[in-house]
Design a protein around this ligand. Structure first.
Ligand code: NAD
Length: 428
């Protein structure tokens, strides 16, 4: 199968469906999205020109609960990718056992080339295009790549104007002022760390012996590096879209973040533009990596927290980590999976590793529809057992059936989704 994002997910869905003994007809129903909406949305640019952009919402599966999934603003957003991510959301919600299905949305454009006023217009136009399909009991969007709380606020406002009533649970990732949840910012990283800690204990490893490299220094990557550093892991590598840094002595994510905030690249920690501070590099036993090669840096735990396909057939053979915690969605291609499995690397798959994000989004929705406000401590206390239970069931099954953690996670999820579909009569 070609390496399109949707095919990557289908390969995984197919192998779990085969293991579970689903018929071809059942697999076809399971792997077909319920609804695919594709529209042209129009906005007025600041120069007065009218522009038309491609916008999407895919509702993959709602057998276990309302559709749930983010909206991506990206120049490469396309239907294949949105379908893949919508399927991934259905799997993820089932792995952690939250009562939600899978959906995803997007707009194909480069937000970096648009003013804040234009981005607001695009956000409101997306909602006008899809308002009839979303709602707190139907389909609940959220932020994804290059969308944030401010965009969720515009979308909620536009939705409530259209329907004429208040429905804050129709979208998550909102600011606190509009019903957002405490603990959402760190949820993805924190959820991944709960799982990593459990894995490290299960394997009988010691934190202080483990070197960690994190690819991507945004919401997921920065918080993961920061939490792990606080727990005593040695953070040896950090990277962003401009390149990576590696130090045998270890890096302090807060110090690197201060430089990144000021000068917009983690490599600036050692270099100013192309001129590097050789004394500092030697003192820290440090090295600069290109953004592409970073995943091959020496480390015990690699955390891809940037984009999809970061580890592929070309670089997988040079990956040194023995544990890979996928905070990004779909960072490892199926070919790379095979190469890493031969090297006996343990991959904690995205649908488990980064599911803390959607779990706290579900908490936000639950608070909104019941009119509650939970403290940050309550959010953490509810998140931890959900993540640990999911890890335990995926780990146990992987041992029982001799599966990779990815295949085991898909097995756990497909069993739950297929059971719900069968109980509804969707397979008849
Ligand atoms: P973000 O936009 O906050 O950060 C992305 C980071 O990746 C940035 O630092 C960017 O510079 C870096 N980056 C981009 N291209 C890179 C490259 N080629 N090499 C190295 N770094 C690169 O995004 P985020 O919210 O942290 O999301 C990151 C990944 O995690 C995405 O795949 C997203 O789908 C996934 N994810 C995030 C959440 C969440 O709650 N934030 C939840 C689930 C999954």
């Amino acid at each position: 199968m070609a390496n399109s994002p949707f095919n990557n997910y289908l390969v995984r869905l197919k192998s779990a469906s085969t293991l579970l003994g689903l018929s071809n007809k059942e697999f076809k129903t399971l792997s077909t999205p319920n609804n695919v909406f594709e529209k042209e949305i129009e906005i007025e640019r600041d120069n007065g020109q009218i522009e038309s952009l491609k916008a999407y919402r895919v509702q993959f599966n709602n057998a276990r609960g309302p559709y749930k999934g983010g909206i991506r603003f990206h120049p490469k957003a396309n239907l294949n990718e949105v379908k893949a991510l919508a399927l991934g959301m259905a799997v993820k919600c089932a792995v952690v056992g939250i009562p939600m299905g899978g959906g995803k949305g997007g707009v194909e454009f480069d937000p970096k080339q648009y003013s804040p006023k234009e981005i607001e217009a695009i956000s409101r136009a997306w909602m006008r295009a899809f308002a009839e399909h979303v709602g707190s009991k139907k389909d609940i969007p959220a932020p994804d790549v290059y969308t944030n709380g401010a965009i969720m606020s515009f979308m909620l406002d536009e939705y409530e104007k259209i329907v004429g009533y208040s429905d804050p649970g129709m979208i998550t990732g909102k600011p606190l002022s509009l019903g957002g949840s405490l603990g959402r910012d760190t949820a993805t990283a924190q959820g991944g760390v709960y799982i990593l800690e459990e894995l490290v204990n299960t394997l009988g490893l010691r934190r202080k012996d483990l070197r960690v490299a994190v690819q991507g220094f945004g919401n997921a990557g920065y918080h993961a590096a920061s939490i792990l550093h606080g727990l005593g892991y040695r953070i040896v590598g950090l990277s962003d879209s401009k390149g990576g840094i590696w130090s045998a002595r270890g890096l302090d994510p807060e110090e690197v973040n201060a430089v990144k905030e000021e000068r917009n690249a983690v490599t600036e920690f050692y270099c100013k533009g192309t001129v590097c501070d050789m004394d500092k590099l030697m003192h820290d036993e440090a090295k600069i990596y290109s953004e592409k090669d970073f995943v091959t840096c020496p480390c015990d735990i690699l955390i891809p927290a940037a984009l999809d396909n970061a580890i592929d057939a070309k670089n997988a053979k040079n990956v040194k980590a023995k544990i890979i915690l996928e905070l990004a969605n779909d960072p490892t291609t199926p070919e790379a999976d095979l190469i890493l499995a031969k090297k006996r690397a343990i991959i904690v798959p995205d649908v488990l590793a980064n599911a803390g994000g959607v779990t706290v989004s579900y908490f936000e929705w639950a608070q909104n529809i019941t009119g509650q406000r939970w403290t940050e401590e309550e959010v953490r206390d509810k998140l931890k057992p959900i993540m640990l239970k999911a890890f335990e069931s995926v780990w146990r099954l992987s041992k029982e059936k001799k599966l990779t953690l990815r295949n085991s996670a898909y097995f756990v999820a497909v069993e739950k989704i297929a059971t719900a579909m069968r109980d509804r009569g969707s397979f008849l």
